[in-house]
Write a protein that binds this ligand. Structure first.
Ligand code: SF4
Length: 170
């Protein structure tokens, strides 16, 4: 039987930002671990919600926060900023969908601590369709023999792969 790649929330997150990054991550090309943006991201997720944080691993998903609201489970995902809210939205929707497959109905909320902003996320048929297409496309990208060409986007400035993608320009 053909190998079917295990798609994670991280793949979903990058899919809506940069297809090349999806390939690099899928091929476990190590990013620059000294990169300041990686450090800032870690710091924010490790400190801002420290007091109320209950990180949990469910299957292959790691959720930042989980709480009850009456009978409903609410899964929270912490992000540095809302600039890439679409990515964050589908990543969280992917978690909700994974939970749904396990028989757990949950709602989601995206937390942007620096902006004091919270966005609610709910599972829908339309969202699920977008996710299914994204998962199929992520698997297609991962099977490509070489990564898609780099395209300069706003995210490149804060991407740990920027040296790798644009070495001759830096
Ligand atoms: S530097 Fe830009 S093109 Fe390269 S992986 Fe990062 S976001 Fe994609």
């Amino acid at each position: 039987m053909d190998y079917v790649m295990d798609v994670t929330g991280t793949h979903i997150w990058y899919y809506f930002i940069c297809k090349r990054e999806v390939w690099l991550i899928a091929h476990q090309i190590a990013a620059d671990q000294e990169d300041d943006n990686l450090e800032i991201g870690r710091f924010i997720s490790e400190t801002t919600y420290q007091r109320q944080k209950k990180e949990m691993l469910i299957g292959n998903i790691k959720v930042d926060r989980i709480r009850r609201e009456g009978d409903t489970l609410v899964v929270g995902e912490v992000k540095k900023s809302s600039t890439y809210e679409k990515s964050a939205y589908y990543q969280l929707l992917y978690y909700l969908d994974t939970l749904k497959k396990m028989g757990i109905e949950a709602k989601g909320e995206l937390l942007f601590p620096k902006e004091k902003k919270v966005t609610k996320v709910e599972w829908t048929e339309e969202g699920k369709k977008v996710l299914e297409e994204a998962v199929a496309d992520i698997r297609r990208i991962a099977r490509l023999p070489i990564p898609p060409e780099p395209k300069k986007i706003q995210f490149c400035r804060s991407c740990a792969y920027r040296e790798y993608c644009f070495a001759e320009e830096s």
